[in-house]
Design a protein around this ligand. Structure first.
Ligand SMILES: Cc1ncc(COP(=O)(O)O)c(C=O)c1O
Length: 312
């Protein structure tokens, strides 16, 4: 990346940087973007920007929306890199091309991709690519007109986040992004765990990612074999399962907990009513026995509760 700027969390970055980048111009937020991205966009609106939503899977619609903005005004397009719920990767090259053509900046929150997906190489150990250096490199893109936000709170379990951005923008944010000036930096202990994490990444990150990929594939194969629907199409270790009956959520959570499985619950209004369910995260520390226990629990869950089926 051309340059970087560090703040303690991605949440702070979105809240402070999106309003600066948007100014009194036009912000476009993707419909499934993470809540913290959306909140940053709402803060921008509070400071004079105009806010519109778009669908990441309808780039033509975004193109038309960008084209309808008066010439010369600032345009900022915000979305998740690896999506926090579906676990899927957006079409960054297509979106970046549209943004460049329309004079917009593409702002990507890849806190979920950073540490997992990375540059594609002939010698990569799995389809996640190599080095875990995020979605811009993974999709073969350059940083031209792209601002990338990455975070260490997921793959690295440390309190730190960063922007990858051009140096002039960094210089502006250092004086214009409130928390950078007025809030404390990432604590020393967290910087130490980040550095240790980067060393692990250097030494054996690709092997760890290949292992996560293998275990995720085992779960996804099982989910597909059971005839459960999941939006996961890219094989990343976020597997969202949607329930047919949202009122089952409490019972499903208890059932999984009692089976020794901890998942993230997706209750309304965290997700739309027709997307209520849970999100399984496979991590590097899950053993093969853990994966087998999860798959057994999912089989039993399917027998007791109604889950969404493909195509429904
Ligand atoms: C896509 C996305 N962005 C941002 C955040 C918040 O990151 P941080 O903990 O660095 O504030 C999360 C956390 O769940 C997330 O999923």
């Amino acid at each position: 990346a051309p340059d970087t700027l560090l703040l303690p969390t991605a949440t702070l970055i979105h809240a402070s940087v999106i309003p600066v980048l948007a100014g009194s111009g036009h912000v476009f937020v993707e419909a499934t973007a993470h809540r913290t991205v959306y909140d940053g966009c709402v803060a921008a609106r509070g400071q004079g920007a105009t806010l519109q939503r778009f669908r990441g899977d309808r780039p033509d619609q975004l193109d038309a929306q960008l084209g309808a903005v008066p010439p010369g005004s600032t345009r900022l397009v915000c979305l998740d890199g690896v999506n926090s719920m579906s676990g899927n990767i957006p079409d960054v090259p297509r979106l970046a091309a549209i943004c460049r053509n329309r004079g917009a900046t593409l702002y990507l929150d890849d806190t979920h991709g950073f540490g997992i997906v990375g540059e594609r190489r002939g010698d990569e150990l799995c389809p996640y690519g190599a080095r875990g250096n995020s979605v811009v490199r993974h999709t073969g893109e350059t940083y031209d007109d792209i601002v990338l936000v990455g975070g260490f709170s997921k793959a690295y379990s440390s309190l730190l986040a960063f922007l990858a951005l051009p140096t002039p923008l960094k210089d502006l944010l250092k004086i214009a992004a409130g928390p950078y000036l007025y809030s404390g930096p990432s604590p020393t202990a967290s910087l130490a765990t980040t550095l240790a994490g980067l060393q692990v990444n250097e030494r054996r990150g690709d092997a760890i990612r290949a292992d996560v990929y293998r275990k995720t594939a085992k779960v996804l194969d099982h989910v597909h074999g059971l005839g459960m629907a999941t939006p996961n199409t890219d094989g990343l270790p976020i597997v969202e399962i949607v329930l047919s009956d949202a009122s089952d959520l409490d019972a499903v959570a208890d059932f999984l907990w009692d089976s020794g499985i901890y998942v993230t619950l997706a209750a309304y209004p965290l997700v739309p009513r027709d997307r209520v369910g849970f999100r399984v995260q496979i991590t590097a520390l899950n053993s093969d026995d853990d994966i087998d226990r999860l798959n057994t629990a999912l089989t039993a869950l399917c027998e007791r509760f109604a889950v969404l089926r493909p195509g429904s």
